[in-house]
Design a protein around this ligand. Structure first.
Ligand SMILES: C=C(O[C@H]1C=CC=C(C(=O)O)[C@@H]1O)C(=O)O
Length: 400
């Protein structure tokens, strides 16, 4: 992209300054941001206006990068970087940092909660959904707390997550207390919340999942079963409907396919719908409502990570989950001064700090969900990260 390629073979690639870098990288492209000129810390409802104000005084090639936490009332964490590098440089940086990192070993692993506890929470959720109270869907997550004898490098981990064309990898430096070790959210997400280019907007929500099989035939059979599953199609429809309802008033055209397609990652199948719209007003005057950051903040959190209706589902999640989500199930991405940008749902990730990693996985619960199947789905969603961290599968037996 016309940028000088930095020599990263013996560079200033010191772990000390890595905390000011953020990475977004997929097979289609990506970026590595460096340094911090300014920060934006406002909740989702104020984000569109704050981003527009920020860009009003900024250079035309300025960008903001960062994340929205799951809780839309908590502060987003957006940075104005000093420099933004292209995907090739991002790859070179990862390669270099991964080479310097020590491989992890000596793992211990604790499920929070273990399988039985998660199944009990799903059973309570199903009861709430069957009783009505206006709640139709909610997404319940659980976590695995992993400790390594060696420090965990977020760059090493991001490098280990390479190779899956169905995901975008991300490394997000997180705000921490002054005396705390640096912390990151590192993941490989399959889900696009929202991208904007000029007047064109795209959202590609995923909901409804099946683990890929041990061989091709089994994998195809599971994909076919997922495509026909009334439970998964119902779970998916809530997400598409919520996104379409929020985008429709802002778009002169909105294309919403009637049936979902299959989306594959290396370990999972998902139902996905590509929603495409044309904004009515993509002018600079309308940036507070229609920048990619404003649109992401409008849609977030969708029923793919929260539920329907949103406020009641968020309340039920707070009551039924034991570990705060932080930036898991939030959104990571970028926005430029013209309002263009892309925001991805922060899934399939781990919160990494020192020797510890906390892995997150959730599943959409509807009235006809079964606790055993939802627990199995979260197990399958942990797999990519467990493998990338090199955590022996014996530490996560089926009853956990
Ligand atoms: C909440 C997660 O996945 C979401 C994305 C795809 C499929 C999902 C599902 O089938 O439940 C979830 O909505 C997660 O991976 O933690």
């Amino acid at each position: 992209m016309g940028m000088m390629r930095e020599d990263l073979s013996r560079p200033a690639a010191q772990p000390g300054d890595a905390g000011t870098r953020m990475l977004l990288l997929s097979h289609q492209g990506g970026l590595l941001s460096e340094g911090v000129q300014a920060q934006l810390a406002v909740p989702a409802a104020q984000l569109g206006a704050a981003v527009a104000r920020h860009f009003a005084g900024a250079a035309s090639d300025a960008k903001l990068v960062g994340a929205l936490p799951f809780d839309r009332h908590a502060s987003a964490h957006l940075l104005a970087p000093r420099r933004v590098r292209d995907a090739d440089t991002a790859n070179a940086w990862l390669h270099c940092m991964a080479r310097q990192a020590e491989a992890t070993r000596g793992w211990s692993l604790q499920a929070e909660p273990a399988r039985a506890g998660y199944e009990a929470a799903v059973a309570q959720a199903v009861q709430r959904l069957q009783q009505g109270h206006g709640l139709h869907k909610l997404v319940l997550a659980r976590t695995l707390h992993a400790r390594s004898a060696t420090p965990i490098s977020p760059w090493w981990l991001a490098r280990r997550l390479a190779g899956d064309p169905g995901v975008l990898r991300y490394v997000l430096p997180l705000p921490v207390q002054a005396d705390a070790a640096p912390a990151w959210l590192v993941g490989a997400t399959p889900e696009l919340l929202l991208s904007r280019r000029g007047a064109s907007v795209v959202s590609e929500p995923l909901a409804g999942s099946a683990a890929r099989g041990p061989d091709r035939a089994a994998s195809e059979a599971r994909a076919a079963a997922l495509r026909d599953s009334a439970k998964d199609l119902g779970e998916h429809r809530y997400v598409v409907q919520a996104i379409a309802d929020l985008l429709a008033p802002l778009c002169r055209q909105l294309r919403v396919p009637a049936t979902p397609a299959l989306h594959a990652t290396a370990s999972m199948w998902h139902l996905g719908t590509r929603i495409e719209g044309e904004l009515k007003d993509a002018s600079p005057d309308n940036l507070p409502q229609t920048s990619s950051a404003a649109l992401a903040a409008l849609l977030h959190p969708t029923p793919a990570v929260c539920g329907t209706p949103r406020a009641a589902a968020a309340e039920a999640i707070a009551a039924l989950e034991s570990v705060p989500r932080g930036f898991y199930a939030g959104a990571v991405g970028w926005c430029d001064a013209a309002g263009d940008g892309a925001w991805h749902v922060a899934l399939r990730c781990a919160h990494v700090q020192g020797h510890e990693a906390r892995l997150f996985a959730g599943a959409g619960i509807v009235a006809d969900s079964t606790p055993q199947a939802e627990a199995a789905e979260t197990r399958a969603k942990f797999n990519a990260m467990l493998h990338a961290l090199d955590i022996p599968s014996a530490l996560f037996p089926p009853d956990r």
